[in-house]
Design a protein around this ligand. Structure first.
Ligand SMILES: Cc1cc2nc3c(=O)[nH]c(=O)nc-3n(C[C@H](O)[C@H](O)[C@H](O)COP(=O)(O)OP(=O)(O)OC[C@H]3O[C@@H](n4cnc5c(N)ncnc54)[C@H](O)[C@@H]3O)c2cc1C
Length: 263
């Protein structure tokens, strides 16, 4: 069995970046990029499950060509392999065109390209995009079940994975057949710090990049910044009902609502 863990590289929230007016204008902002903090929990779980169930693990990230620091962090923690998906394969030359649907589709294809993956682990959300939809999109594109807010992976046996999920007011135990996409909650584990040996090993690791032609992904056909549509302007008016008494005002209001077929 192979476990894929989805890792996003995001700005370091521990630093307060200084952004110049020119950077803000162009969008080319120079900040320190690190592994998305929520994805450290997913990476830790992948490493732990690989040990418990004698599985292989692979970290997959979609991002700009050469941005592999987050993947190196995952490798240094102990994830087995790493693959970068060059985001330009879905951006069709438009710099701001890698929307969530295109990202999910490319990640799902990258998962398929890894062979016998039966479990995809993701973080709860990214600290920059913050949409919390990528795992749903990946599960949808793969046609697999999705479990969110998972606080414990209890067992994997006979093709069935048993987990605990948190929901408002408690926890529930769920068993579903593999393959499955799981988004983990932070209660699931305490991510380890990469060891010195791990960092040295990761620094020498070969991280392949999947680019145009490697995955059957079409350039984003969905919304882009350049074709964003504004919702139609709403037209409305205000009518004040006057009267000598509250009863009279209320009666006029009811008549008007009946006439407009609101009630
Ligand atoms: C119209 C539009 C255009 C955009 N254009 C661009 C663009 O050109 N370039 C750009 O960088 N962003 C762009 N974005 C933002 C980009 O779509 C999102 O950042 C990205 O799709 C991930 O969504 P999220 O950050 O909300 O992830 P969430 O759904 O909050 O992340 C949940 C989990 O999914 C996994 N995950 C999320 N993203 C990745 C990833 N990239 N690789 C691996 N795992 C991941 C992680 O495990 C993460 O914890 C655009 C957004 C829109 C709406």
């Amino acid at each position: 069995m192979k476990i894929a863990v989805l890792i996003k590289q995001t700005p370091d929230t521990a630093e307060l970046p200084k952004i110049s007016a020119a950077e803000a204008q162009s969008g080319d902002i120079n900040v320190t990029m690190v592994i998305n903090p929520w994805d450290e929990y997913a990476a830790e779980e992948a490493i732990d499950l690989a040990d418990r169930f004698d599985a292989d693990s692979v970290a997959i990230s979609l991002g700009p060509d050469g941005e592999i620091d987050a993947l190196k962090h995952a490798l240094a923690m102990g994830v087995g392999e790493a693959v970068l998906v060059d985001e330009s394969i879905v951006s069709s030359g438009d710099k701001w065109a890698t929307d969530e649907l295109a990202t999910a589709e490319a990640l799902a294809e990258a998962v398929k390209a890894q062979g016998d993956v039966e479990l995809v682990l993701t973080g709860k959300m990214s600290v920059d995009g913050n949409s919390g939809v990528i795992y749903a999109g990946v599960a949808c594109k793969l046609g697999w079940d999705l479990l969110v807010n998972v606080t414990k992976i209890v067992d994997i046996a006979d093709g069935i994975i048993t987990v605990e999920q948190a929901f408002e007011g408690g926890h529930e135990s769920v068993a579903v057949p593999l393959p499955v996409v799981i988004s983990v909650a932070k209660e699931i584990n305490d991510p380890r710090f990469p060891s010195f040996m791990g960092i040295r090993k990761a620094s020498r690791a070969n991280i392949p990049t999947l680019g145009a032609g490697d995955l059957p992904v079409a350039a984003s056909q969905t919304v882009t910044w350049s074709n964003l549509r504004k919702p139609e302007e709403r037209k409305g008016s205000v009518q004040i009902f006057d009267g000598a008494t509250v009863q009279e005002k209320a009666a006029k209001l009811v008549d008007a609502l009946l006439e407009e077929k609101v009630i």
